[in-house]
Design a protein around this ligand. Structure first.
Ligand code: OOG
Ligand code: MG
Length: 260
């Protein structure tokens, strides 16, 4: 079908989110949707959220680990936007009635102490701009049926962003070897997956540098005070009513999520 424009994709994806309705891939009907256009859609989609009162509070990386890339069948990392409406305070249940089919993934999270602008950002300079490191959970919720998408689809959909939780324990990046920071993912008390920080691009600071450089190519920067989710360390697991999902980190503390 023709007739698709960036504007129509933005409206369609926003409608699906509000109506809690997943749909087909946009690229199936509009194969010309390329990556550059998909990022324009993503930016416009978030601009519309800001117009509606939300505030951008940071950025996320997606598909930075092999576990995520293999599951989603896409091997390029991507970036997307976080807004204040996505913040789920620790201990608050995941509101299943407000979402489509959410999944949760443990992530290492950075709070930025300095602005970080690419190009030319290295992992070391990226880490130097970090104020603190935290444990996190991202709750993703695709606006595509069964999380089935090509890269431009998921980029346009703000990388399945839905909610995120950040642990209260703040650790200085200098105190940790983040590549070796371990994470145990549990469901109802049983460990279902494990990873270390090296899962994301060899080191979460490499992921941060990647985001700064990718945004830099679009004339954008990671601002001081922003939150950065560095990407799922493991594959994501479904959030279900009454299910307890836990992430236990070596030094960053533990988090639990409950579906309600
Ligand atoms: C896309 C978002 C990926 C991550 O951390 O890898 C992501 C998806 O899996 O639906 O957030
Ligand atoms: Mg994620």
């Amino acid at each position: 079908m023709t007739g698709w424009t960036s504007e129509r994709v933005v409206s369609e994806l926003l409608d699906r989110e509000t109506e809690r309705r997943a749909g087909g891939r946009i690229t199936e009907q509009w194969p010309e949707l390329d990556l550059a256009t998909a990022y324009q859609v993503q930016d416009e989609l978030v601009r519309r959220k800001v117009e509606a009162g939300e505030r951008v509070v940071g950025v996320k990386l997606g598909l930075t680990s092999r576990a995520k890339q293999q599951r989603m069948g896409i091997d390029s990392p991507l970036t997307a936007w976080l807004t204040d409406a996505m913040i789920l305070p620790a201990g608050v249940p995941v509101p299943l009635d407000a979402l489509i089919r959410p999944r949760a993934e443990p992530e290492i999270v950075f709070f930025m102490g300095e602005r970080l602008a690419g190009p030319g950002v290295s992992a070391a300079s990226a880490l130097a701009a970090v104020e603190s490191v935290h444990a996190g959970f991202e709750v993703i919720d695709s606006r595509y049926e069964d999380f089935s998408f090509a890269l431009p689809d998921v980029v346009a959909d703000n990388a399945s962003s839905s909610r995120f939780v950040v642990g209260g324990k703040a650790v200085s990046p200098a105190e940790l070897d983040l590549a070796l920071e371990g994470c145990l993912l549990g469901i109802d008390g049983a460990i279902v997956d494990t990873a270390t920080g090296a899962a994301v691009q060899g080191h979460p600071a490499e992921a941060l540098a990647l985001a700064a450089n990718a945004l830099g190519r679009r004339g954008l920067a990671i601002e001081k005070g922003w939150i950065v989710l560095t990407g799922g360390l493991t594959d994501a697991v479904f959030v279900e009513r009454g299910r307890t999902i836990s992430a236990e980190f070596t030094h960053l503390g533990s988090l639990t999520l409950i579906g309600a």
